[in-house]
Design a binder for this molecule. Structure first.
Ligand SMILES: Cc1cc2nc3c(=O)[nH]c(=O)nc-3n(C[C@H](O)[C@H](O)[C@H](O)COP(=O)(O)OP(=O)(O)OC[C@H]3O[C@@H](n4cnc5c(N)ncnc54)[C@H](O)[C@@H]3O)c2cc1C
Length: 402
């Protein structure tokens, strides 16, 4: 029997396996083929904030990806909703909170490659390649995982990183709260005439946000959220027509669009699990929470799950305790559920306020943004909260852990 098995080798699962190793917890990672974009390469980047970057440093993968990443020195919000009461343009500078940068924009494909390479080398991570876990049998003292190949494995703690349709979550008996989200994101890289000056820009539009995030050189990554039919049309356009559309919607921000990379469509969902763990199964990443890409919250939240679950399992094993006990799962839930619920609520509210045609909602949104713009302590508070929740960060996300 193993102490800890991680299920799912997406970014959340791989980071957890390496965080556990860093905390002295040998673990097994069940790695099914990772195809977030189906047959296409994943064109997404992730804007990762400083605590997440620190985690990547502390688990030893940052040096392998840094050359492909671009720093994020400022974040600009532009109201493009055509609402009667238009919000002001807001730009948050990392220097306002005494940081050089908010974080870095990291290509997901590069991140996955670096995490995989590190996990292959880590003596404390045993990788089991499999077509996936097909079933879980939950006992009092252990969980048995039945693999597609017919083998089975036992563990005291299962960390479920098996994505938004998590089988482990269902086996644990954890329900989810879902909000309708009739939106699809078009994600691609593009090259442009003007320098982005390390500023990420989020256009708030009625169909959803359109965000351009710096990449090295005169390049940016695009996440353009639209109604599914419009997204399908954008996906089907030839490169020239798409570039023309993009340039028009960016309103000259980055000058002429010189080239666009392959586009991939990601249907969005918004969901939060009712609990972060039960029956010896702890949920992390999108197994626990999925949300539209507003304010770059998704993977940052997942990496906090990873750092905390590794800490709790490490402490339990060091003290000779059972890492899958109700006590440990309770501690994990207390540490992580408020953050997950708050982020989910904030992202959901902002998304709903964007797409709402109701004038009172538009007024409230505009007034809120005016207030944030005008009150520096409020701006700084929001910037701190955007990067990380209140309270101390888990040790693996702190600078002094190095
Ligand atoms: C367009 C877009 C832009 C985004 N931008 C940002 C951003 O800028 N910043 C940010 O922080 N976040 C961002 N996100 C969110 C981020 O991409 C996701 O949170 C993250 O990719 C989810 O990772 P995950 O490991 O939890 O899940 P997944 O990537 O879905 O991985 C789940 C893994 O589990 C495996 N699996 C599934 N079932 C089984 C099974 N039964 N047995 C074994 N394995 C299984 C799958 O094969 C897969 O490898 C964005 C999301 C989108 C859609």
């Amino acid at each position: 029997m193993q102490d800890v098995i991680v299920v799912g080798a997406g970014p959340a699962g791989l980071c957890t396996a390496l965080a556990l190793a860093e905390r002295g917890v040998p673990n097994t990672l069940i790695a099914a083929p990772h195809r977030p974009a189906g047959d296409k390469p994943d064109t997404r980047t992730a804007a990762l904030f400083n605590p997440s970057i620190q985690l990547l440093r502390n688990i030893g993968v940052w040096n392998a990806v840094v050359e492909h990443c671009a720093p994020l020195a400022a974040i600009r919000l532009i109201d493009d909703t055509a609402a009667i009461f238009r919000a002001p343009e807001l730009t948050f500078h990392a220097s306002e909170i005494a940081e050089a940068v908010f974080g870095f924009n990291v290509p997901q494909v590069r991140l996955l490659a670096a995490l995989n390479a590190k996990a292959q080398d880590a003596a404390a991570v045993r990788i089991v390649e499999s077509a996936g876990v097909r079933d879980f049998s939950i006992g009092e003292d252990l969980v048995t995982l039945h693999l597609a190949e017919g083998d089975s494995l036992d563990a005291r703690l299962v960390i479920a990183a098996d994505g938004r349709n998590s089988l482990a979550r269902r086996a644990a008996g954890i329900s989810v709260k879902e909000s309708p989200c009739n939106q699809t994101a078009v994600a691609c890289a593009f090259w442009h005439q003007r320098d982005h000056q390390s500023v990420s820009t989020e256009f708030h539009r009625r169909a959803g946000p359109m965000t351009v995030v710096p990449m090295p050189g005169r390049a940016s990554s695009l996440v353009w959220v639209e109604r599914p039919e419009t997204a399908a049309r954008l996906g089907a356009m030839d490169d020239k027509e798409f570039a023309r559309n993009l340039q028009r919607n960016l309103q000259g921000l980055l000058g002429e669009i010189a080239q666009v990379g392959p586009r991939v469509l990601f249907p969005l969902s918004h969901m939060t699990a009712a609990a972060m763990g039960r029956n010896r199964i702890a949920l992390i990443g999108e197994a626990a929470h999925a949300m539209p890409p507003i304010g770059a919250q998704g993977l940052n939240l997942s990496l906090r799950d990873a750092a905390v679950v590794a800490e709790i399992a490490g402490e339990a094993l060091q003290a000779g305790n059972d890492p899958g006990s109700p006590f440990c799962l309770g501690a994990y839930q207390d540490a992580r559920l408020p953050d997950a619920k708050e982020r989910s609520f904030a992202v959901g509210s902002l998304n709903a306020a964007l797409i709402s045609g109701l004038i009172p909602v538009q007024l409230a949104r505009g007034a809120g943004l005016h207030l944030i713009n005008a009150v520096p302590p409020l701006r700084r508070r929001l910037m701190h909260l955007g990067l990380a929740p209140r309270g101390p960060l888990p040790p693996l996300m702190r600078r002094e852990t190095l």
